[in-house]
Design a protein around this ligand. Sequence first.
Ligand code: NAI
Length: 415
Amino acid sequence: MNFDIADPALAGVGHRRIEWAARRMPVLAAIHERFEKEKPLDGVGVGACMHVTTETANLLLTLRAGGARVALCASNPLSTQDDVAAALVDLGIPVYAVRGEDSETFYEHINAILDTAPDIVFDDGADTTTVLHRERVDQKILAGLEETTTGVIRLRAMAEDGVLRYPVVAVNDSDTKHLFDNRHGTGQSSLDGILRASNILFAGRTVVVAGFGDCGWGIARRASGLGSNVIVIEPNPIRAVAAAMEGYRVMTSQEAAPLGDVFISATGNLHVFRGEHFAKMKDGAILANAGHFDVELDLKTLGQMAVSHRELRENLGEYTLPDGRRLMVVAEGRLVNLGAAEGHPADVMDMSFADQALAAEWIIENADQLDAQVYTLPDEIDHTVARLKLEAMGGGLEVLTQEQIDYLKSWQVGT
Ligand code: NAI
């Protein structure tokens, strides 16, 4: 078996961490058990380009239990957990991922999983999809799955331009994914990353959150819960009003720049914090990015403005400006929760990866009816995943009476 990982000797630690995550993923475990019996993915090749974490490991083991042949590479050069990579190789899964790999290796690894001739590609940020549309244009792929907002935006643009070659399921758009993973997962783990890198006290600080989508919603809420004063920057008027009604101050990035102690971007956009903002920020301000790509903080300009740069602590870079101000950057501006912490907790990835596993099964069942478009999963799958999660959390679902069902369906009853 071919693979490329940092150190096979880390497998023991990886196995224990994967086991701990598995205990907090009951929905995926139920699917794993069913897949083992029914083998819905028998003989299907899966090429996964995803964050190499304990949760992803459990997803791959579920797919394999369902009969799939799986291979994994990283969807971000800084998010790989080398012990997990080692454990998966130990379990016979080819992994191509080394934490901190350079861009050339990153793409070599994507090509390595494509060399395994996958039928389905699991993508997180559409990098594999891009390679399949720019370089490997003749490679046949049955279908793709996309995990994150940024990837879905790219795929919809490709479908609109008529260049998408195969059907793709936007797993991100399932309610059981983005309403929980993006909100609660990114919310908690982004602050976790900043805490591990800096160990600051959030209480009493001003935290500027750029983007009030699902991720920004979660980050703002968690920062506020820790006692921070939250400022939101948002170009969409509806989301901006939503932030204002949650009690946050809403203002432009130029107004927020001199006020913030911590700046967190979660927009999926480019150069959200840039030279004009760095020029106004306080000494000691901390910058972090929770968006998918490392383009949200304009670090090239910051590097040019700075007279010196050093790594002050693990995952905390310090840029000193000519006037003596020091701006701190977490995890080199790469997604902070995976670069400086462990990513989303397993408890929430349980639903996202249950969606992924059921999406793979849905694709196999429906492949002959799908066109080269972006699909969302049927509501039925969303409801099944939510129901299983609620059960696992010990909650009970209200059952409507027949009278209530009739009332909701009718315009004549009960008026
Ligand atoms: P979303 O589309 O729901 O929200 C993004 C928001 O940013 C929108 O409201 C948009 O109007 C706003 N925005 C765009 N440009 C802006 C700018 N220059 N300044 C301020 N706001 C701006 O997207 P979602 O789901 O919240 O995802 C955001 C990013 O986070 C994406 O790149 C996504 O792929 C990534 N993501 C990262 C995760 C992680 O683990 N760190 C997990 C899930 C998503």
